[in-house]
Design a protein around this ligand. Structure first.
Ligand code: MLT
Length: 238
C-alpha cells in the first residue's frame, strides 16, 4: 500500500487526494470530537468552515433538532450550544441531534479532503477500525493531518504514526517516504506516553493553559470508540 502523510491543510493538493482513501486527522480536537458525538448518538455531524456558514445552516433546520458547535482559539463560539471539547458531547446532550460543527482547522481539512475516493474521519479513538476500512478499500492511503493554522502539529503526526503502526502490525507492505517512517518511529517511541507527548505540543500546551488537559487525556485513548466515520462532502455519518 502506498501511504502518504500530508502535514497541513495547505499541502492538500488535488492530485494527492484523487482516487485515494483519505483519513482526516485533527486529534486535538475536531476529529476526536466528531467520533465522540457520533458514538454517543448524534444523528450526523455537518462540518462547516465558517461560523456564519454554521449559523446559516442552523436556520434551515427545525429548532431542537440540531446543536451549533465549535471553537475559535479553543474557546466556544459565543451563542453556540457546545464548544469543541469531546467531554461536552455526552449521550444525553447529543443523542438524535444534527451537530453543526465549525472549528479553527479540522473542519476546513475535512471539507478540503472531499476530492478523495473515500474520506474517513480518523483519531486515536477510532484508529484500528479506520485502518481496517483503509485495508478493505484497497486504495492508496493519504493521512491528512490538519495541523495548526498552517503549521505542522505533533499530535496529528503521532496519530498518523499510530495508524501506520497498525498497518505494519497487520503485515501490510507500506511504500512511503521518510515522513511515514518518522511518524511510525515517533509513535513506537511514545505509544505509552501519548498524553505527555501531546501535552508538549503547541496545541496541547494551549489546551493545558485554558484548563482543558482532560481533553488531551480523553483524545489519547487508543481505540476507545470503534466507530467508522465517513464524510460524503456535506455530512459525517457512520
Ligand atoms: C481545530 O479544528 O483547530 C481544533 O480542533 C482546535 C481545538 O479544538 O481547540
Amino acid at each position: 500500500m502506498q501511504v502518504e502523510i500530508i502535514l497541513t491543510v495547505n499541502e492538500m493538493e488535488d492530485q494527492l487526494l484523487v482516487g485515494k482513501t483519505a483519513v482526516v486527522i485533527d486529534t486535538l480536537r475536531a476529529t476526536s470530537t466528531i467520533v465522540t458525538a457520533l458514538y454517543y448518538g448524534a444523528k450526523l455531524v455537518e462540518p462547516k468552515a465558517g461560523i456564519v456558514e454554521a449559523r446559516n445552516r442552523g436556520k434551515e433546520l427545525k429548532e431542537g433538532t440540531y446543536l451549533l458547535c465549535g471553537e475559535r482559539n479553543g474557546i466556544k463560539v459565543e451563542g453556540f450550544d457546545l464548544g469543541n471539547s469531546p467531554l461536552e458531547y455526552q449521550p444525553q446532550v447529543v443523542s438524535g441531534k444534527t451537530v453543526i460543527l465549525s472549528t479553527t482547522n479540522g473542519t476546513k481539512t475535512i471539507q478540503r479532503a472531499m476530492l478523495a475516493h473515500r474520506v474517513l474521519i480518523g483519531s486515536l479513538l477510532n484508529r484500528s477500525i479506520t485502518m481496517e476500512e483503509a485495508i478493505n478499500l484497497g486504495k492508496d492511503l493519504v493521512l491528512c493531518c490538519s495541523g495548526t493554522q498552517g503549521h505542522f502539529s505533533l499530535e496529528d503526526f503521532v496519530t498518523a504514526g499510530a495508524m501506520i503502526s497498525y498497518l505494519k502490525n497487520k503485515g501490510i507492505q507500506i511504500q512511503g517516504d521518510d515522513r511515514v517512517q518518522t511518524a511510525w518511529l515517533l509513535y513506537e517511541r511514545y505509544a505509552d506516553d501519548l498524553v505527555e507527548l501531546m501535552s508538549c505540543s503547541q496545541n496541547g500546551s494551549r489546551l493545558v493553559n485554558i484548563g482543558q488537559k482532560a481533553d488531551i487525556e480523553f483524545c489519547a485513548q487508543l481505540d476507545f470508540f470503534p466507530l467508522l466515520c465517513y464524510f460524503d462532502g456535506e455530512r459525517v455519518y457512520y
